[in-house]
Write a protein that binds this ligand. Structure first.
Ligand code: SAM
Length: 343
């Protein structure tokens, strides 16, 4: 994501913004939207405790923008990284997920025998004191990003049970996560709908649907600030999913979920949002800090809202795994699953 409030505040410089617009070939790019859309990373000041962060020049930011646009990865190195992982006796996805889940409210990452908070190196990588996907598999950073997407798909497929007839992705962005799920699920009986505010995000998803030849995959205009769930009317069992999107409704509102519940009889949700700082049971330091949420203007009360609704018997939280995975340790997402309580 583009990070505001960093040293030098590169993104407030019109020349940098202009270069990013040109690199993306997107003259209308609005930086506030880009901040919310998590497309670019501009890390200028290492947060306390992090030892290796690179100060990015404007040129580098533009280069990142360009490479992200084309999703350019160095496949040969990726294959080598996977081979190296497997040679070390790499764990399967379910095994890695089990480790991350077991460490939900836990203490030190005992495998690596690390004391303190952000300490230590293993395989030449910085290690965090808690299990985090990237370090459980000890991969290069861009490989971590690849693996994160595998995890996301694995987690979503766990929730796509036989009874689900509609998946609605809240703030679906470009829609690639939903498109991948739809393409791999083998579920022509399910409608996959991406709800998104950004017109170009919706256009991307609809293009993916065309490329895949899938008629049960499409976008729908959706504004979290005035949520209209009418597109879900008529479905029997809806799975709501999100990936770093709901926190942009700040503050979060109970009425958002109530609007969804009013439209469909049965709702389950599998949400991946940066909210570990607000999980009360997490005794260790969250990887996603309250300070980050404030810097980015993201909701601080996302979990609180769900707990309130659970308190009034409107839903049941079935799983919370703080910091289960993310594109990097700086954008760590927590898994939150809930189901609407039947009336
Ligand atoms: C960090 S991006 C994540 C996109 C997508 N879920 C993904 O992971 O690729 C956040 C998304 O939330 C969308 N968004 C922000 N505010 C919104 C609103 N009020 N209503 C609907 N979507 C919104 C943005 O346009 C953006 O696509």
């Amino acid at each position: 994501m583009i990070r505001r409030g960093m040293q030098g505040d590169l993104l407030s410089r019109p020349d940098v913004v202009e270069q990013i617009r040109q690199a993306l070939d997107y003259p209308q790019l609005d930086i506030a939207t880009a901040v919310a859309s998590g497309e670019l990373v501009a890390a200028a000041t290492p947060p306390p405790g992090f030892t290796t962060l690179v100060q990015l020049s404007p040129d580098t930011i533009v280069a990142i923008a360009r490479s992200l646009r084309y999703r350019h990865f160095y496949y040969r190195e990726d294959v080598a990284a996977i081979d190296a992982y497997e040679r070390r006796g790499g764990r399967s996805f379910p095994e890695i997920l089990a480790i991350l889940r077991a460490n939900t409210y836990a203490n030190a990452f005992s495998d690596a025998k690390i004391a303190g908070s952000y300490l230590g190196k293993a395989y030449g990588y910085d290690m965090l004191a808690r299990a985090y996907m990237g370090q459980v598999i000890a991969m290069r950073r861009d490989m971590t990003a690849h693996f994160h997407h595998f995890f996301v798909q694995h987690i979503l497929r766990e929730s796509l049970t036989r009874d689900i007839d509609c998946v609605f992705d809240l703030g679906s962005g470009k829609g690639d996560i939903l498109a991948e799920l739809a393409a791999s699920a083998g579920r022509p009986d399910v409608q996959f709908i991406g709800g998104e505010l950004a017109e170009h995000g919706r256009a991307c998803l609809d293009r993916f649907a065309g490329m895949l030849g899938m008629r049960n995959l499409r976008s729908a205009p959706f504004d979290m600030r005035a949520p209209d769930f009418s597109v879900l009317a008529g479905f029997k069992n809806v799975l709501l999913i999100s990936h770093y999107a709901l926190v942009y409704l700040n503050p979060f509102r109970e009425s958002f979920w109530r609007a969804a519940f009013a439209t469909t009889p049965a709702v389950r949700a599998t949400l991946l949002e940066p909210v570990s700082f607000s999980v009360p049971e997490l005794t260790n330091r969250p990887l996603f800090k309250l300070r980050q949420a404030r810097d980015f203007g993201q909701a601080e009360n996302f979990i609180e809202v769900l707990r309130n609704l659970q308190g009034s018997g409107e839903l049941r939280i079935t799983e919370i795994v703080p910091d289960i995975s993310g594109l990097s340790a700086l954008s760590s997402l927590s898994l939150v699953r809930f189901e609407k309580t039947p009336p």
